[in-house]
Design a protein around this ligand. Structure first.
Ligand SMILES: C[S@@+](CC[C@H](N)C(=O)[O-])C[C@H]1O[C@@H](n2cnc3c(N)ncnc32)[C@H](O)[C@@H]1O
Length: 421
């Protein structure tokens, strides 16, 4: 085995409370986080960063806006990971930049890109997570932002694979659909294997993600040309409109994306909401007040009504379908959102009926379990913040499986080579 793989140095960006780190470390001790960064721009409180430090230590953790961290302060690493906000990735030509093209200020994708671009020793692997909307945005030029992202990673010498995964489709406790993006530097064993593979085989059978999360194809493979000129992509990618050319599964090699629609293939155990519930001892504050029950019912219910726009005074028809109320206990949960905490009635908060027939919200520990975090990982924060942190986090089991697969696929070639010798 190559030395580098007995020890993979990881940099975790947009670390939140460390979902990537937990997943990687559960996969293997090979993964060692050598530097992490977490800064919440919208609040004075830096509770996510404080929790991160409390769990993993203060050493090599940075609580500074990533836009203000020079690349030289970030240690060399083999893998860059992070779940970053989905924003507008278009580029603009600037007069004073020799490089010509820069992304808009404050768009965090360009911080990831900047670190990769400026690092002389570029990471072998980049492992990113985002909302699945990323592969379809923006609405007027569907797929443009993802094309820009793919193209800029390719320009730094990467092959990039992606897959939309709903954690619940593979036995995890929460329905949470996210896009997972893996970039492999040319000259890694995995990149060499991709060059030697038939693209559709890699995507549905032999690839890193396909091995971890089996699928079957439901639409034929399609090729999409991706220009290496970011300005051209900004101006002309999919301007005729229509759907994004990117399906839920794909890979970019050079200028060509190969993409196809797949569906999950899984026959294992299903984890349900009831599997993760606390066994008794739930404090009274999580139970719904009888006097609020009608508000919960109204918010969760189907409705068709006239509403008035407060600003314009304009009257309009409003309609929405009903939510399952209380939430089904025999299925994985719905997606946890950042507003899940607090007692105020809401359409989106989970409400369950306990064994005694009473209705209650989920506790912070239950929210942690839905993301497969250890119990009380976020104990330092208020209940509302704990829910917020879990709404921002990810299902660590997905990271763990992909991380294990990266090691397996990257090392397999070494074994073949060693056997041949
Ligand atoms: C989608 S969350 C990622 C959560 C993480 N994967 C976890 O498991 O908790 C994005 C994170 O980026 C952080 N963030 C936003 N802007 C930032 C910036 N300018 N610099 C550093 N971190 C930032 C947010 O505070 C948030 O914790």
């Amino acid at each position: 085995m190559k030395d580098s793989l007995s020890h993979i140095k990881v940099v975790e960006l947009f670390a939140g409370v460390g979902g990537f780190r937990i997943g990687l470390q559960n996969a293997s001790e090979t993964y060692k986080v050598v530097w992490s960064n977490q800064f919440e721009p919208s609040t004075k409180s830096q509770i996510a960063s404080e929790i991160y430090e409390a769990r993993f230590g203060k050493e090599n953790h940075s609580n500074v806006d990533i836009g203000k961290v020079p690349t030289s302060e970030i240690p060399n690493h083999d893998m860059l990971v992070g779940g970053f906000p989905c924003q507008d990735y278009s580029v603009a030509r600037t007069l004073n930049q020799a490089a010509g093209l820069v992304g808009k200020k404050g768009v965090l994708w360009w911080e990831i890109e900047r670190i990769i671009r400026e690092k002389h020793n570029k990471p072998k692997f980049v492992f990113l997570e985002n909302v699945d909307r990323l592969i379809k945005s923006p609405a007027k030029q569907r797929g443009r932002d993802f094309a820009i992202m793919l193209s800029s990673l390719a320009s730094h010498g990467y092959i990039i694979e992606w897959r939309v995964i709903n954690a619940a489709d593979y036995g995890f406790p929460q329905r949470r659909r996210r896009v997972f993006i893996l970039a492999y530097k040319e000259n890694t064993n995995i990149a060499n294997k991709i060059h030697a593979s038939v693209q559709s085989d890699w995507l549905v059978k032999d690839g890193t993600i396909a091995k971890a999360f089996p699928v079957m194809p439901i639409k034929p493979l399609r090729e999409v040309y991706i220009s290496s000129n970011l300005e051209e992509l900004t101006e002309s990618f999919n301007i005729i409109g229509g759907d994004s050319p990117f399906e839920n599964t794909g890979i970019l090699i050079g200028n060509k994306a190969y993409t196809l629609k797949t569906s999950s293939r899984y026959n294992g155990r299903i984890t349900t909401l009831s599997d993760i519930l606390l066994d008794g001892n739930v404090p009274e504050k999580y139970y719904i007040n009888e006097q609020d029950l009608h508000i919960w019912k109204y918010l969760k219910g189907a409705k068709k009504e006239k509403r008035i726009n407060k600003a314009s005074g304009f009257e309009y028809n409003y309609a929405e379908g009903g939510m399952v109320f209380p939430d089904a206990l025999d299925k994985p949960s719905r997606t946890i959102i950042t507003g899940e905490g607090g007692s105020a009635p809401s359409r989106f908060k989970h409400i369950i009926e306990d064994k005694t027939g009473r209705l209650r919200r989920l506790t912070p520990i239950e929210l942690e379990r839905l993301n497969m975090f250890p119990d009380n990982h976020t104990a330092e924060a208020s209940d509302v913040r704990r829910a917020f942190l879990m709404g921002n986090a990810l299902v660590t089991g997905v990271i763990e499986k992909i991380a294990a697969s990266i090691l397996e696929v990257e090392n397999a070639k070494d074994r073949m080579v060693e056997n041949a010798i």
